[in-house]
Design a protein around this ligand. Structure first.
Ligand code: FHN
Length: 411
């Protein structure tokens, strides 16, 4: 996207890597992983702060291996990792001087996993990003404690909140942007009615510390904040609904944080289809894993991600760096992504209606068509018809003998 003078605006160039990346790993990992009931267990089970603090002293994820995590992301075709540096429970997963309730000072682990992850990401060329719960903090007496109300519902708008906000929240955001090298983005969650003034202040601080660090829209409920929009959890908007860059944060099963209760997992086919759908509408997919109390990504999560990675190994050309479909409506057989001079037709589950695939409304004459999954790229039979009244082409691609397992690319 370029503006009238032919150059990308500052915001567009900041977003460039993220828009091309399309696919990232979300990681919900914290002391709550010990209980295996998701990241809201402290709130849902009404665990008093004094009891929850004792959990920290049992948290010792000795099997955590940052390089293994990064390799899982790489094999999945993920280009960035967004990890919970501090979730609503207030426990920082890194060495924080702003609050001793953190993995280095309050648990027997004694290591800084964010530091290890930063090193592994840098080595692998994957961007490290941090999730930060900036307004909700169940451990701090003066932060907001639930998502069902807002700061203005409480006295929290008064001095008390600012003791949390200026010391812990701003202090930890500063630490995350100062101690771990370049940060791809900060993923804020549940802004709880943060004032416009403080929303502006936090953005200004981030821009000053790391001008290239992206900020998601959940930094503030006020309109226009953030470099891109985080849609609702697992939400995929309709075609053409979005006016700015967006992403879908998505679970692999029902929970974000590790849960032993999750039985229903999205299939690899469903995940690929959702990713294609999201990218064809111009969005990114941020797909979540919930590592265990020992610091291991669950085997089933790894399996799913490897299947998605295998599909991307064959068809990544039609995902990474593509633009959204020029046909802003649902197609019965699949979805479309584009690059200059190329239209990628994503055919879901070999769903070739009546033995051929028809696409109306193409602006150009099609020179050739082949299946990305076909290593020999054997040309497919294409019928075309030019319609003078609309100055558009209709193109029909015949079903090949070897029906491609995923794809047709039309040039
Ligand atoms: O309350 C959080 C939840 O635990 C999780 O982190 C999700 C991820 O998008 N965000 C909030 C609910 O939307």
């Amino acid at each position: 996207m370029v503006n009238a003078i032919g150059t990308e605006t500052e915001k567009e160039s900041r977003l460039r890597w993220w828009k091309d990346a399309k696919f990232g790993m979300f990681v919900h990992w914290g002391v709550y992983s010990l209980l295996g009931r998701g990241e809201w267990v402290m709130y849902a089970s009404k665990i008093p702060v004094s009891e929850y603090e004792k959990l920290a002293s049992e948290f010792n994820p000795v099997e955590f291996d940052a390089k293994e995590w990064v390799d899982v992301a790489r094999r999945a075709g993920m280009k960035y990792i967004v990890i919970t540096a501090k979730h609503h429970d207030g426990f920082a997963m890194y060495r924080s001087k702003a609050d001793p309730f953190n993995i280095v000072d309050a648990s027997p682990f004694g290591r800084d996993p964010m530091k290890e992850l930063a090193d592994a990401c840098r080595e692998a060329g994957i961007r490290l990003c941090f999730y930060y719960s900036h307004v909700i903090d169940w451990h701090h007496p003066h932060a907001l404690h639930d998502t069902y109300n807002n700061l203005w519902d409480y006295e929290l708008e008064k001095k008390a909140f600012y003791s949390y906000w200026n010391n812990k929240a701003k202090g930890q955001i500063r630490e995350l942007l100062s101690e771990y090298g370049p940060v791809g983005l900060l993923w804020f969650d549940t802004s709880g009615g943060l004032s416009r003034k403080e929303s502006e202040a936090i953005v200004a601080m981030i821009r000053e510390l790391q001008p290239d660090c992206l900020i998601n829209s959940r930094v503030s409920h006020w309109p226009g904040f953030g470099d891109y929009q985080s849609k609702g959890d697992n939400e995929i908007p309709m075609y053409g609904e979005e006016t700015r860059p967006w992403e879908t944060p998505m679970t692999l099963n029902q929970s974000w944080g590790y849960s032993t209760r999750d039985q229903v997992w999205k299939t690899a086919d469903a995940l690929v289809r959702k990713m294609v759908h999201i990218v064809s509408k111009g969005g990114n997919l941020l797909l979540n894993v919930g590592p265990t109390e020992l610091g291991v990504i669950p085997e089933k999560s790894v399996e799913r991600l490897e299947e998605v990675g295998a599909w991307l190994g064959r068809n990544g050309e039609a995902i990474y760096g593509t633009g959204e479909s020029p046909f802003p409506y649902e197609l019965e057989w699949g979805a479309v992504t584009v690059k200059p001079g190329v239209v990628y037709l994503h055919v879901y589950n070999g769903n070739w209606p009546n033995g051929e695939l028809v696409l109306n409304g193409l602006k150009n004459n099609v020179r050739k068509a082949y299946a990305l999954a076909d290593p020999e790229r054997r040309p497919l039979d294409v019928r075309q018809e030019y319609r003078a009244e609309t100055d558009h082409h209709t193109m029909a691609v015949r079903v090949p003998e070897h029906a491609p397992d995923d794809y047709v690319s039309v040039i």
